[in-house]
Structure formats: structure tokens, C-alpha cells
Design a protein around this ligand. Structure first.
Ligand SMILES: Nc1ncnc2c1ncn2[C@@H]1O[C@H](COP(=O)(O)OP(=O)(O)OP(=O)(O)O)[C@@H](O)[C@H]1O
Ligand SMILES: [Mg+2]
Length: 596
């Protein structure tokens, strides 16, 4: 494993870590900008296992090792993760304050061991006193030692408030900069914390000398209950993190395959990423499982089988089972809760108007049928709200309705879990069922090479935002100004009027929509028919989304026939053959198409 210096150890090996550049840069720069008082407290919000914690840790390490602590513009990074069990206010206060002191001392004296060695209590204070003569801010160091003493000796009336405010007070007094990276922030809402944290954070987070960056694993609690209302409302800038793009998910599948030493062919990597919904944890889990089974991911069938094994008994099972069990054990009415969660995963609302909306009455009927219990609708609703706090389903608060999570693997897991844990079916049988169902599942992808190129096309659009591209890549006379920002870039999207037809790639900015098609055909040039097809797709887009401008683009591996070239020019269709496409990828710093 490659060695990168750290004060808080990341979990993902360097060889596997993929992308997330945008977030690493964003937080790194935002932290440095705090020295110029231009940074606001920020919350990083996203579904489970998207890599939020990894981002925080990596940024903290970079800030620690890549700055000169003697520079007046240097920024002290501090990482803290709110534990989910806590004894009392005093313990918490000491934990929080000592953690801060470790980073404070370590950063200015260039001694990472103070953090990694987890020096605590009296030892830490003695160390601070020893360091004092060499420390740039003696007065505030004395104060920190004094505040610590006050908490230890119970002189502090509200110890946790004092501890939470220390970083800000110190940076204010020194006119220095400290950036707090707080993880698992939702834990402050747990009943175990029978004292208020959030209320006392208001002062702390509003400081330009000490912005607080927070994240956590329960997005709904963070967004809705902590940041979205009450004393912290409006005090945070929000930043969202989503799944990896198809391109980066594909890269991760390759890196992971290399790390675990198992074969994932070029054409299967994008399929693997897609089936995992671009979730980095799932992608790693499936590749790791393939290695455990000694089963290369040679085709879609093999992939389905590995996925089925992992969901029913592998890494995904372990992780999600843990998550679900932890969460529902906190809710009273344990048995009903289990049933409601299971039934909510089964409830497929296909009525046109209510697509995706959970049907609470139907859940009630099922409960009666299966458990023989007549549970009032209000109780069901109440349980659903509690489940939504754990991100196990979505609660649309304003409309007062619920829907299933948009995480295909979690949904599949919940169905399997319900059969085993709720209905009491035999684990092996359920595993067998899923494996054979997945084995028989229809191929979702008909053209693997085409899909691979699609994934590259969408990444080109994402990476080219705000740029001007030479027309040469697209066989266009003029250079091309790419939109400033695409609101979405999607593969295989179906639009309402399209009668179920999929558009290979569609990318929409406020005024301009790109409609793209991928034809990985070798040995012959593409004729007019696919271009006509592309035009009819663009017409569907026009009808449904009514953009100011539509741009069509086709990837044709071996190019277009003479006739098709004339047709493309007449209709303003951009086209790229393999060579231009590869050049464009290189120009944008992306990997060229593989040789298949
Ligand atoms: N950029 C990445 N490259 C490769 N793997 C990643 C990446 N980010 C995350 N992972 C994988 O996902 C796992 C979860 O990452 P992490 O703990 O940072 O996610 P999280 O968003 O903090 O999750 P939670 O919501 O549970 O707190 C990692 O252990 C790793 O397997
Ligand atoms: Mg996390």
C-alpha cells in the first residue's frame, strides 16, 4: 500500500481511491479561504456510503501536511467524529476539548504523533506545558489549559458549551484560523446525548475565523432536523454529494479489480458500476466478493450471481444488516417496525398518478393478513417517519407522503432481509432464490461496447462544462462553447412521450440540451438511419422539455458514410469517430477508450 502521511487514517487504499476531486478541492480551498474570512460553515449531505468521511479525512490530512504552520495564513484543521455512545456532559466536553488541543498543539509544532498517539488527560496537559515555550500563541494555550482544568474540576457550569466554543474563542483571540471537520453530526440528536449540543453550536458555527464543516451518515436527520430548522437554520451552506458518475464508477471497478486481483473485463466494469447505482461502497463490495469467490466478472450472468451472493450473505449484507438492525432497535414497537420496513420495500405502487408513493392502507392490510394485527394508520405513519430518519425510506414532509429509497441495492436487500429476519424463511433458501432469479434475469444491456462509449460520452459532457472545445473533435467548423453547468447528465433515460424508448445520453443545462447516441460499430461506417433516429429522439426531448436549443451528437466508431456526413451537416448534428473521440478524452484528462 502506498504511504501518504496522515493524522487521521483514511480507510480506502490509495490504489483504490477514485475521483471525488471536486469535493476534495472544494473543502481544501474553502478551508484555506477561511484565512481570508471568506468561508461559511458548510454541511456535506449525501446518501449513506458515498465517501463523505473519506473526503473529510483526506482534506484534513492534506491541510495538516501541506501547509507551513508558520505562515500567518495557515489554517489549523481539526477532525472530530461524534460518538454514538456518550457517558455524560463532562466526558463529552473533555473528549471534544482534548481532541481540539491535540490538533492545535500538533499543527503548530509539527508533531503529528500528538494526534495519532491520542495523548489524553493529564499527559496531554503536561505535554502542552512542555511545548509552551516554543508555541506561537502562549496566551491562548494557557487559556485552553485553564478551561480544561475548569472542566476537570467541575468549575464549569455548562462544560459541553464551553468545550464547543473553545476553538472559536481561540481563533478569535489570536486572529488565527481554525477549521473544524465534524463527522457523524446526527449523533447529537440521539437520546444518549441527553444534553443540548446543537443549541450551543450556534455561536461557534457562525464564526468567520472558525468555520465548521459537518457531515454524517443520516442525511435526513442532518438536513431536516439539525440544519433545516431550529438554532442552526440558515447558518450553513449546503453541498451535496451523489453517486460516482458512470465513468468514475467504471474506473473504480477497474482499480478495485486490480487491488483484489480478480478479472473485470472492460465491457463489464460500466455494467457493474451501473448495477451498484454508482455507490463506491457497493462497487468495492461486489469486486471484493468476486475475489472471495474466485469468480471473474466475465459476463452479466456472472455479475448477477456475485451480486446475489453479496446481497444475501456478503459485504453488502453485513453492512446493510448492521445499519438496519441498529436503526430499528432504537424504535419501540420493534416487531411492527420490522414488518412495516419490510412491507414498505415490497409495496410497489404502479398506479400512474401515485407512482412510487407508498400505500399506507395496503401496508395496513398486509400487516393484518400476515401478522394478524390491526395497526392504526397513524401508528404506521409514525413508524414510517421514524424509519425515514434512518434514511430507510423517504418522507416528503410537505406533501405528507412516503416513497422508497432510490437505492436499488438497499431495496433488494430489504426484500431479502425481510424474508429472513421478518418472515423467518431459511437463509440458504432465500439466497438460492435470489441467485436463481438474478441468474434468469433478462440482460439489461444489449450492446456492452455501446454502453461503455456512452459512459465516456457523458463524462466528456461533465468534464467539458464551462470550457470551449475545438470544433474539430465534433466535425464542426466552429468551436463549441459548452454550457456553464449541466443540471443533469443521464444515460439511458426514458421520456414520457418516447413510448419507452431510451436516449443513450441526455444532458440538460438551463437553456441547452444535448441528446447523444453511441454507435460502437467497427468495420463499417454509419449511414443515415441512426441519424434520423437521433433526430426523432431530439424531437421527443423538444416536446417534453422544450429547451431553447438542442444539440445532437453521435459517436460512430468508424465514422459516417459520405451521405451521412452531408445529412449530419445539414441537420447540425455533431459527430465524432474513434480517433476524434479519443483525442477529446485526452484533451479533458480522461482515459481513452479501451481496445476491445
Ligand atoms: N472515492 C472513493 N473511491 C473508492 N472507494 C470509496 C470512495 N469513497 C468511498 N469509498 C468506499 O465506500 C466506503 C464508505 O466510505 P465513507 O465511509 O467515506 O462513506 P460515508 O459517506 O462517510 O458513509 P456513511 O454515510 O456510512 O458515513 C469506503 O469504505 C470505501 O469502500
Ligand atoms: Mg461517514
Amino acid at each position: 500500500m502506498k504511504n501518504i502521511p496522515w493524522v487521521v487514517k483514511p480507510i480506502v487504499p490509495e490504489e483504490v481511491y477514485t475521483d471525488r476531486e471536486e469535493f476534495l478541492e472544494y473543502f481544501y480551498k474553502a478551508a484555506l479561504e477561511a484565512a481570508h474570512r471568506r468561508t461559511m460553515s458548510t454541511v456535506l449531505l449525501g446518501q449513506r456510503r458515498m465517501g463523505k468521511t473519506e473526503i473529510f479525512k483526506r482534506v484534513v490530512n492534506r491541510l495538516f501536511f501541506e501547509q507551513d504552520p508558520k505562515s500567518p495564513d495557515s489554517v489549523v484543521p481539526v477532525y472530530f467524529s461524534f460518538p454514538d455512545t456518550i457517558e455524560n456532559k463532562k466526558d463529552f466536553a473533555l473528549k471534544y476539548l482534548e481532541n481540539f488541543m491535540r490538533y492545535y498543539l500538533a499543527f503548530y509544532t509539527n508533531q503529528p504523533d500528538i494526534i495519532t498517539g491520542n495523548t489524553k488527560g493529564e499527559k496531554l496537559i503536561n505535554l502542552a506545558k512542555e511545548i509552551r515555550p516554543f508555541f506561537p500563541f502562549k496566551k491562548t494555550l494557557d487559556l485552553a489549559i485553564e478551561w480544561h482544568d475548569d472542566i476537570v474540576k467541575d468549575y464549569s457550569v455548562i462544560p459541553h458549551q464551553d468545550a464547543l466554543e473553545v476553538p472559536r474563542r481561540i481563533s478569535d483571540l489570536n486572529d488565527s484560523t481554525i477549521v473544524m471537520f465534524l463527522d457523524e453530526f446526527q449523533n447529537t440528536r440521539l437520546p444518549q446525548y441527553n444534553f443540548d449540543i446543537v443549541g450551543f453550536m450556534q455561536e461557534a458555527v457562525e464564526s468567520p475565523t472558525c468555520p465548521h464543516f459537518v457531515t454524517g451518515s443520516a442525511m435526513s436527520i442532518l438536513a431536516r432536523e439539525i440544519i433545516g430548522r431550529g438554532s442552526l437554520f440558515g447558518r450553513f451552506h449546503g453541498h451535496d454529494i451523489k453517486s460516482l458518475s458512470g465513468y468514475w464508477g467504471t474506473e473504480l471497478a477497474h482499480k478495485s479489480a486490480c487491488y483484489y486481483k480478480i478479472e473485470v473485463p472492460e465491457t463489464m466494469a460500466p455494467v457493474l458500476s451501473e448495477k451498484c447505482g454508482g455507490n463506491p461502497f457497493y462497487i468495492n463490495a461486489v469486486v471484493h466478493q468476486a475475489a472471495e469467490l474466485g469468480q471473474p466478472v466475465s459476463n452479466e450472468k456472472a455479475l448477477n450471481k456475485i451480486l446475489a451472493v453479496d446481497i444475501t450473505s456478503g459485504f453488502i449484507w453485513g453492512e446493510l444488516n448492521d445499519q438496519v438492525t441498529k436503526w430499528i432497535s432504537r424504535i419501540n414497537e420493534y416487531n411492527i417496525t420490522k414488518w412495516i420496513l419490510y412491507l414498505s420495500a415490497l409495496d410497489e405502487n404502479t398506479e400512474e398518478e401515485n407512482r412510487g408513493r407508498l400505500n399506507i392502507e395496503r401496508i395496513q392490510q398486509e400487516l393484518l393478513k400476515r401478522e394478524g394485527k390491526n395497526v392504526p394508520l397513524d401508528t404506521i405513519r409514525d413508524v414510517l417517519i421514524k424509519l425515514s430518519r434512518g434514511d430507510l425510506l423517504e418522507y416528503l414532509e410537505l406533501g405528507g407522503w412516503f416513497r422508497r429509497v432510490k437505492d436499488p441495492i438497499l431495496l433488494e436487500f430489504l426484500k431479502v432481509w425481510g424474508r429472513i429476519e421478518v418472515e423467518g424463511h431459511n437463509h440458504n433458501l432465500v439466497q438460492y432464490d435470489l441467485e436463481s432469479r438474478y441468474g434468469k434475469a433478462l440482460k439489461r444491456f444489449h450492446e456492452y461496447k455501446g454502453y461503455l462509449a456512452e459512459v465516456h460520452m457523458s463524462q466528456i459532457l461533465i468534464s467539458a462544462q464551462k470550457k470551449t472545445l475545438s470544433g474539430h473533435y465534433f466535425n464542426s467548423e466552429k468551436d463549441i462553447e459548452m454550457p456553464w453547468r449541466f443540471i443533469f447528465v443521464k444515460n439511458r433515460m426514458r421520456l414520457e412521450s418516447g413510448k419507452g424508448r431510451e436516449i443513450d445520453v441526455i444532458a440538460a443545462s438551463g437553456s441547452e440540451i444535448w441528446v447523444c447516441q453511441s454507435k460502437w460499430v467497427t468495420g463499417k461506417k454509419i449511414g443515415i438511419a441512426p441519424l434520423k433516429d437521433l433526430i426523432s429522439q431530439a424531437e421527443i426531448v423538444k416536446k417534453d422539455l422544450d429547451p431553447e436549443k438542442i444539440q445532437m451528437w453521435i459517436f460512430a466508431h468508424d465514422g459516417l458514410t459520405k451521405q451521412a456526413q452531408a445529412f449530419a451537416e445539414k441537420h447540425g448534428i455533431f459527430w465524432s469517430k474513434r480517433q476524434e473521440f479519443d483525442e477529446l478524452l485526452e484533451h479533458l484528462g480522461l482515459r481513452k477508450l479501451p481496445d476491445l
